[in-house]
Write a protein that binds this ligand. Structure first.
Ligand SMILES: *Cc1c(COP(=O)(O)O)cnc(C)c1O
Length: 428
């Protein structure tokens, strides 16, 4: 595979941007080699600057559940452009977006649009602290909630692969109130509540942890969190930046039947544009400025072009529940195919996943939390990753990222990827 253009761009990029990128995991640091510079994307494919095509299993890290550049989303964006890019004033589109989300997810009574998942989480935590008058927060090791200071404690995603336990530049005071618990381990949460019964403002959790690979909540885990939060007067926040509108049209609530107090969104709700949101109970959201005392603002928040893209994608998802059956069945086939291959070749691997989120871990042991995810053999993943990339399947360049499948993928794509994986494990 010829990648000369990407190589040249990467060497220019490295002179000008840290690691040559604007977000760490894109730099291929944990797998080595040259990141592909992407020229365009359509449906299930990415095309790099050398003209190579890849079946894309990243989907911009989640937003592209309908595949890249669906014509009807593109048409809506073209149409919106003629009216202007930003006004810094209220629009009908924001009302439509708020109506759509609160209709699709009924426990979301009020919502605030922001520009990224990081901002959504940071703001939801502020609202939770403002509402409860408490400072401490509980997060889980290996869950990623964006890069706000308070959240960079045992975080997943790029922080996990880079091997940075924490980030430098975060004052100790900023994380002093961030408590870490073990995913899928209710006792670890109970201990924190017993230690600080009246100080914990909220528990924030990815209802499916999708930033340490993919770790599915054990039966009763989310329910246990709900009960503990109720008992100790803390709020439960679902960080649905990945799972929102991906597991089902109403996200994790529909899937697991547990209702949080607040929820954060990102990725899918922007349809590929930079959008985030947080929302939930009216009595909590009424505390947000200008109604209440929790300050939060944004120059470009609710940007009209971004709203139009997001609304168009969400409307489609609402009207086409079969999208979820489709991505689930493609992913189920991917997982069962990979499971067959690793069994047949006695590979020390484990397949995790739910819905359209999957992960192939290079460890034979079950992966249920951060510690077990960390057992994965990074060097083995690296080899597999490059083999698959060279054969045209583009996975997240890290052991600890999810495989995302879109509605534009076909069973043929999945079978092609499985057949390459079969070649890899059989040593062809
Ligand atoms: C991606 C992600 C974030 C951060 O979103 P950005 O838009 O990258 O700031 C937060 N939480 C979860 C669960 C995520 O996957």
């Amino acid at each position: 595979m010829e990648i000369r253009e990407s190589e040249q761009l990467f060497s220019r990029a490295k002179e000008l941007m840290p690691g040559g990128v604007n977000s760490p995991v894109r730099a291929f640091q944990s797998v080595g080699g040259t990141p592909r510079f992407i020229h365009r994307a359509k449906d299930q494919y990415l095309y790099d600057e050398d003209g190579n095509a890849y079946i894309d299993y990243i989907g911009s890290w989640g937003p592209m559940i309908l595949g890249h550049n669906p014509d009807f989303v593109l048409d809506a964006v073209w149409d919106q452009l003629q009216y202007g890019l930003s006004y810094g004033a209220a629009t009908a589109l924001e009302v439509e977006m708020a109506e759509l989300i609160t209709e699709m997810v009924p426990y979301v009574e009020m919502i605030r649009m922001v520009n990224s998942g990081t901002e959504a989480v940071m703001s939801a935590i502020r609202a939770a602290r403002g509402f409860t008058g408490r400072d401490k927060i509980v997060k889980f090791e290996g869950c990623y909630h964006g890069h706000a200071d308070a959240m960079l404690v045992k975080a997943g995603s790029g922080v996990m692969t880079a091997g940075i336990p924490d980030s430098s530049g975060v004052p100790r005071g900023c994380t002093a109130d961030t408590l870490s618990a073990v995913y899928n381990d209710l006792d670890s949460v109970q201990q924190l509540f017993e230690q600080y019964p009246e100080e914990i403002a909220c528990v924030i959790v990815e209802p499916v942890a999708a930033n340490m690979g993919v770790v599915v909540p054990k039966e009763g885990f989310l329910q246990g969190l709900r009960q503990m939060c109720n008992k100790y007067g803390a709020l439960l926040i679902f960080d649905e930046v990945i799972t929102g509108f991906r597991l089902l049209a109403n996200g994790a609530v529909g899937y697991f039947g547990i209702t949080p107090d607040l929820v954060t969104y990102g990725k899918i709700i922007g349809g590929g544009m930079p959008v985030g949101a947080y929302g939930g109970r009216r009595d909590i959201m009424q505390l947000v400025a200008p109604l209440g005392s929790v300050y939060q603002a944004g120059t470009l928040s609710g940007n009209p072009v971004a709203m139009r893209a997001g609304i168009t994608q969400l409307r489609y998802l609402k009207a086409h529940p079969e999208v979820y059956q489709q991505v689930d069945s493609l992913s189920t086939r991917l997982r069962s195919g990979l499971t067959d291959i690793i069994q047949q070749h006695h590979a020390a691997c484990t397949v995790n996943g739910v819905g359209s989120l999957s992960c192939l871990y290079f460890t034979a042991e079950p992966v249920t939390d951060y510690a077990s995810a960390k057992q994965a053999d990074i060097a083995a993943f690296r080899q597999y990753f490059h083999f698959m990339l060279d054969h045209g399947s583009y996975f997240g360049p890290s052991q600890f990222e999810s495989i995302f499948v879109s509605n534009a993928h076909t069973m043929r794509d999945i079978e092609k990827t499985l057949s390459d994986a079969e070649d890899y494990f059989s040593g062809k």
